[in-house]
Design a protein around this ligand. Structure first.
Ligand SMILES: Cc1ncc(COP(=O)(O)O)c(C=O)c1O
Length: 432
């Protein structure tokens, strides 16, 4: 199913014209396809059918309440990293009892809130954290469910800022110390050791690192399951998506077409991992974020000026690094397409935003169809780690978000109003 596609040269999200959405709601504008994100969830969950499994969507990738509600209604669990994310899941109609709580720095307040709400499990990243959770649980007269997050020391061969499974990273308990951490958890009276967890990195496009990590962990998981009666093993998230047309299948709607050229698909992922995991007899959790929402969203922006310097053509748009920081932060590639195509003439262009930073660009020296001021452009595959990382830098309000479902569309987050930017600020007495 192609959910972003062209009709008579115009970009559509499902049955809704992206240009009309931009006219109606203004830009910068995030647009998400409900069909695309539900389809991705189902593809993955169906592929894992041979296992007793739960897909815990990683809320950090896109935490809009409507997105969470779509996934909750499909039966998803959630991977959360803060009280704020847990409150979002609950506000969207999800259950704390289907959430795993990750992160190296859980505060006492966050632990207490999650315990009171009946969290499924804390994925614990250190012995001091085990001790803290035990103390909070004892104070509340509760037994806290915990899993030990292990660091398998496996290089996922992805961008350095999204590698998490080596000893250079802050995450998890070193592989050689996991038995000791589990023994400690078992001795702490207000803890119940429920599982093991790992997450080796994000945007992994091949099966091999997942397979290597799973193969390394299985003997340990078997031993610890026998010793402590574990219930689950979570193999984390990290499934990569296609961002770049050049790497995709070449179809005009490549951002929905099944990845090719060696990219991992749900079937290949499950085909490689399920036979290894099934004999363990544990429930298998996965925590995908990007894979579910990444290709399901775009960022629509308007061209303000075309500035030619003799050396370069700068296409200056109304979106900026504060709306989508991925190119500046991770050197990420986003395909950029005109919302209405009027020409096939290509011009080597730098698409840049209005922020006063040289790093405020979406692409450099890329051949793009020639555009004029007032045209709309779409940055494809912006559904994951897009809006959630937006900031108010340069006192720019947060963009609006729209969800499309078939022929229907609705604003799921209105554009931030300027006075909201300074609403929490006050003058000290000496400046009044
Ligand atoms: C513990 C954990 N699980 C899941 C994810 C989701 O990763 P992805 O969006 O690559 O699937 C992350 C991402 O940082 C994570 O840290």
């Amino acid at each position: 199913m192609h959910l972003f596609h062209r009709q008579s040269g115009e970009l559509y999200c499902e049955q809704v014209s992206v240009g009309e959405l931009a006219e109606r709601h203004g830009t910068p504008l995030y647009v998400y396809s409900q069909g695309a994100l539900s389809g991705r969830y189902r593809d993955l969950s169906d592929a894992l059918e041979p296992l007793d499994h739960r897909v815990c969507y990683a809320v950090k990738a896109n935490s809009n309440l409507a997105v969470l509600r779509v996934l909750a209604r499909l039966g998803a669990g959630f991977d959360i990293v803060s009280e704020g994310e847990l409150r979002r899941v609950i506000a969207a109609g999800g259950a704390a009892g289907r959430c795993v709580f990750a992160g190296v720095g859980k505060s006492e307040r966050e632990i207490e809130f999650a315990l009171r709400r009946g969290i499924y499990c804390f994925n614990v990243e250190s012995i001091p954290e085990l001790v803290r959770i035990n103390r909070v649980a004892a104070r509340l007269g509760k037994i806290a469910p915990v899993a030990v997050r292990l660091n398998p020391n496996i290089d996922a061969h992805t961008h350095a800022k999204i590698t998490t499974g080596t000893y250079q990273n802050k995450f998890g308990v070193p592989f050689e110390r996991v038995e000791e951490a589990c023994a400690r958890a078992a001795r702490l009276k207000n803890l119940r050791l429920r599982g093991l967890q790992m997450h080796i990195g994000s945007q992994l496009t091949k099966a091999e690192p997942f397979e290597a990590a799973v193969k390394k962990v299985i003997p340990l998981a078997r031993k610890l399951a026998a010793r402590h009666g574990l219930e689950f093993l979570s193999i984390g998230g990290g499934l990569g998506i296609v961002y770049d047309r050049a790497l995709a299948s070449g179809s005009p709607a490549w951002w929905q077409s099944p990845p090719s050229r060696g990219f991992i698909t749900p079937a290949a992922y499950a085909g490689r991992l399920a036979p290894l995991l099934k004999p363990l007899g544990l429930r298998i959790l996965i925590e995908p974020g990007r894979f579910i929402v990444g290709n399901a969203g775009i960022l629509v922006t308007r061209v303000e000026y075309v500035k030619k310097t003799g050396v370069k053509t700068f296409v200056i748009v109304d979106a900026a690094m504060n709306d989508l920081i991925r190119p500046a932060f991770y050197d990420a590639f986003h395909e950029i397409v005109p919302v209405s195509r009027h020409t096939n003439l290509l011009v080597s262009s730098d698409v840049v935003g209005p922020i006063c930073e040289s790093g405020d660009y979406f692409c450099r020296d890329r051949p793009l169809p020639k555009v004029r001021a007032g045209d709309y452009l779409a940055l494809m595959s912006a559904g994951a780690y897009g809006f959630v990382q937006a900031s108010n830098y340069n006192s720019r309000p947060l963009a609006a978000e729209v969800l499309v479902n078939g022929a229907r569309s609705a604003v799921i987050r209105r554009r931030q109003r300027l006075p909201e930017l300074w609403a929490g600020e006050t003058f000290p007495a000496w400046l009044r």
